[in-house]
Ligand binder design. Structure first.
Ligand SMILES: Nc1ncnc2c1ncn2[C@@H]1O[C@H](COP(=O)(O)OP(=O)(O)O)[C@@H](O)[C@H]1O
Ligand SMILES: [Mg+2]
Length: 390
């Protein structure tokens, strides 16, 4: 089916004095897998519900294929929504759950049978027609919910944390399936999640949201490699965020000082001056023997080594007072550094990024603010779930 382009313009939603959505602008071309990613309470569900038509905007516009939807009721919007808690009818079997919308639309019996069959095939549940939701696992129930939404052939499918209730392993399997399914049916998916790994895995593009606003929009790789704000750098993946003083630019690099040490940063807002924040990903920090000379090196001491299986996370206290973490891949060789060892942390200029804060990023007094070094616990599954602390 053609169409499925969604645009939201200056969208605002107030609930009395609470501003849930604070003026967002997004363009989602037809057929895109678009995710809205952000911590709990940042306005994701409210935005989705406005696109679905369950909620009226306080101001702003929602356009579907260029047409303003302000006065179009939900069932006439050619969009459909899948919820975290499945919302299946418990007394109806799988077939009847999926057929519900088609019967409401008074489709002929033969067509209903054919379309339900196709939808079941799409979600790999053929043969389960007679089961009741209570006789199925969470993953199967969510597939039924998906089939029920897809059977109506919407141009846009809205998904609100649909994998949120499932365990980590099943979630990973379904992430891949959902992405394949989206490519197969070719419709626009607008996917809401607070799980950065989920968004990175599935999306063509992601909007990172914070406090009712969009912080940054882009393809996963772009957001990970080129975050512009502290919030995005910190929310997506693991970041070493450091406070530095920018001393001006030369040759496309920004000279920054951290205490008595000077480094060069070659990415981001290199022309800034004064107090700023810089970021480097743990996998880009290289640890060397103490005393190794050369630019962009700060001496430090290994404070902790955390074995992660596929690598080691090494927490280093740097001489100027901040802590960073380095990720060292597990190559089978014995790790060269142990707790208490003096090291040299090499942070190449190409891997150091100067951030441009917009003011909506989590600064120290923001409840979402987190320390420069994340808690050391993250291991495998848990490491993939972002810290949602609001
Ligand atoms: N019906 C409502 N009445 C009052 N406040 C609401 C309502 N729905 C959402 N909110 C508030 O709006 C903000 C955004 O909520 P929501 O869109 O559900 O966030 P998210 O889905 O990102 O967790 C929150 O502060 C929430 O408490
Ligand atoms: Mg929500």
């Amino acid at each position: 089916m053609a169409g499925g382009e969604v645009e939201v313009v200056d969208l605002v939603k107030m609930f009395n004095e609470v501003t849930a959505v604070d003026g967002i602008n997004l363009q989602m071309p037809a057929g895109e897998f678009f995710s809205m990613l952000g911590p709990s309470g940042c306005g994701k569900t409210t935005t989705l519900r406005m696109i679905a038509g369950f909620e009226q905007p306080t101001s702003g516009q929602i356009l579907l294929d260029g047409r303003n939807m302000a006065f179009t009721p939900p069932h006439k919007r050619n969009v459909n929504m899948v919820f975290q808690n499945y919302a299946l009818f418990p007394h109806l079997n799988v077939f009847d759950n999926i057929a519900f919308g088609l019967r409401r639309d008074k489709r002929p019996k033969a067509e209903i049978r054919r379309r339900v069959g196709e939808a079941l095939e799409l979600v790999q549940l053929t043969g389960m027609e007679k089961r009741k939701p209570g006789q199925m696992s969470g993953g199967q129930q969510q597939r039924v919910a998906l089939a029920r939404a897809l059977v109506l052939q919407p141009a846009v499918l809205l998904l609100d944390e649909p994998l949120g209730a499932l365990d980590a392993k099943l979630r990973k399997t379904l992430q891949i399936e959902l992405k394949e399914l989206q490519q197969q049916v070719g419709i626009t998916f607008i996917y809401v999640t607070h799980d950065q790994e989920e968004a990175l895995t599935m999306s063509d593009r992601i909007a990172v949201m914070s406090a009712g606003r969009v912080e940054q929009v882009g393809p996963p790789q772009h957001l990970y490699e080129e975050p512009t704000t502290t919030f995005v750098a910190d929310f997506l993946g693991v970041s070493n965020l450091m406070t530095a003083t920018a001393r001006g630019e030369s040759n496309g690099r920004c000279k920054v000082s951290l205490g008595e040490f000077a480094l060069y940063a070659a990415n981001g807002d290199v022309s800034t001056t004064g107090e700023t924040r810089i970021v480097i990903r743990p996998e880009r920090v290289r640890l060397e023997a103490h005393g190794t000379s050369g630019e962009n090196r700060i001496p430090g001491m290994v404070e902790r080594v955390v074995y992660l299986g596929n690598g080691n996370q090494i927490i280093v206290g740097l001489a100027h007072g901040e802590r960073i973490q380095a990720l060292v891949q597990n190559t089978g060789d014995e790790l060269a550094y142990r707790q208490g060892d003096p090291v040299q942390a090499y942070m190449p200029a190409e891997a150091l990024r100067v951030l441009t804060d917009t003011g909506t990023a989590p600064l120290e007094d923001d409840p979402r603010a987190r320390p420069a070094v994340r808690p050391v616990e993250p291991i495998a599954e848990e490491a993939s779930t972002p810290n949602v602390n609001v």
